[in-house]
Design a protein around this ligand. Structure first.
Ligand code: ADP
Length: 399
């Protein structure tokens, strides 16, 4: 069975074809600048990289180009789209409605629409991708896989904010959490790596990329996570502030004569590594600047290390202990410096890192010191595989 995985943004569309007989990736593609000048499709098949520049006015046009690229006689991987059994779509916000992945039908589309106020930037783009695919592949079963659904197991004391209860009751203001497919994948894979079942373990997963979130996975269930109503809450990120004192916003807005939209733009796009270091949103640039003696760059790194440490200790406390800590995504997989800084001086919690084993990037590894009671792992994430697996499972139930 071959599955097409689609992740649509407002002006982009990422896709992948997976062969589920061995869960291998046959082709990967990225279409950028949809609806704006300079549209471009990049497709990778093994060593073969292909770039096609041509105008694509909307997601429907982009989906048609994706199909042409996938079925191209010399650079494609499919003889025809008949080989694709189903399409799996990434959807950011499933609200409280979607606790698991689901087959896409009219009711599902309406529910994704209902969640637009909770994710005004993401859900409309995800819907555009779904609708475009339904238009160009009307006979294919389609599945939606939500970033939020893994966290729907959280209890009210984890997901409620200290606002008047009516804001939850009427407006559904609460912690939803994100990166659920990644936290789910690495916790399961990490348990397999240790030869254990995730339902026997208390795991803390650290997804650290441009956006970062930490999750407490207690016996296979998400019981707390650092992102909230939106992906702005939690630790310091590339351009996002993470958690701040909400009253500081009024102070800054009054002093700088800016409105709430401008303030949120600053919190989302101009803060984090970029804002504090003044150098870059990219961890590599910030590390380089810090090495060269830039104090603001160093303090931004120290803020992230400290923030992650605090979540690790807090989540161990709520789970009554921790058996494994897992690092994943761009920074988690590739920065030995971050892992060492976060995990050092944690012997009081039974955590000790092996500095030699920690010198790896981008591959599965056990980096625990000999005496560490807590297993410390690096597990590269694979959100596309989770989407493909869920799609396969739901589609198999159809026949
Ligand atoms: P996204 O959240 O956009 O998917 P990624 O998971 O790709 O982001 O992570 C991007 C981050 O990973 C950037 O801050 C980048 O600097 C960092 N990163 C990638 N490679 C390395 C590396 N070798 N060392 C340190 N950081 C790295």
């Amino acid at each position: 069975m071959k599955i097409l995985i689609v992740n649509a943004g407002s002006s982009s569309l990422k896709y992948q074809v997976m062969d589920m007989t061995d869960e291998s990736t046959l082709a990967k593609g990225l279409i950028e600048r949809i609806g704006i000048p300079g549209s471009c499709l990049k497709q990778t098949v093994g060593e073969d990289k292909r770039v096609i520049e041509l105008p694509m006015k909307d997601h429907i046009e982009a989906s048609k180009q994706m199909i042409m690229a996938l079925t191209d006689p010399s650079h494609g991987v499919l003889e025809s789209m008949d080989e694709i059994s189903a399409v799996g779509h990434r959807v950011v916000q499933g609200g409280e409605i979607f606790t698991t992945s689901t087959l896409i039908d009219e009711a599902c589309i309406d529910a994704i629409k209902d969640n637009i106020p909770l994710a005004p930037l993401h859900n409309p783009a995800n819907l555009m991708g779904i609708k475009a695919c339904l238009q160009v592949m009307p006979d294919k079963p389609m599945v939606a896989v939500f970033d939020t659904s893994f966290h729907q197991t959280m209890a009210p004391q984890a997901y409620l904010y200290g606002f008047p209860y009516e804001y939850y009751d009427r407006l559904r203001v609460r912690r939803y959490g994100f990166h659920g497919t990644s936290h789910r994948y690495v916790s399961k894979r990490g348990a397999q790596f240790l030869g254990k079942n995730m339902t026997d373990l208390r795991i803390i997963t650290c997804h650290l990329g441009n956006g970062s979130s930490i999750c407490a996975v207690d016996h296979g269930r998400s019981v707390d996570t650092s992102m909230g109503l939106t992906p702005l809450e939690g630790v310091l990120m590339g351009t996002r502030s993470g958690t701040v004192d909400p009253a500081a916003l009024q102070f800054i807005m009054n002093a700088e004569h800016i409105d709430i939209d401008e303030m949120l733009e600053i919190l989302n796009k101009k803060s984090g590594f970029l804002g504090v270091s003044g150098v870059s949103s990219d961890m590599r640039d910030v590390e380089k600047a810090a090495e060269q003696g830039n104090k603001q760059a160093q303090v931004s790194l120290d803020m992230l290390f400290r923030g992650i440490k605090k979540y690790i200790a807090a989540y161990a406390a709520i789970m009554g202990g921790v058996d494994a800590i897992i690092f994943t995504a761009g920074i988690g997989e590739n920065s030995p410096e971050l892992r060492e800084a976060v995990l050092s001086n944690m012997e009081f919690m039974g955590i000790s890192i092996d500095r030699e084993k920690n010198r790896i990037r981008g591959k599965e590894a056990n980096i625990s010191g000999e005496k560490s009671q807590v297993k410390l792992l690096v597990i590269p994430t694979n959100e596309e595989l989770v989407i493909a697996q869920d799609t396969k499972e739901l589609v198999s139930q159809l026949s």
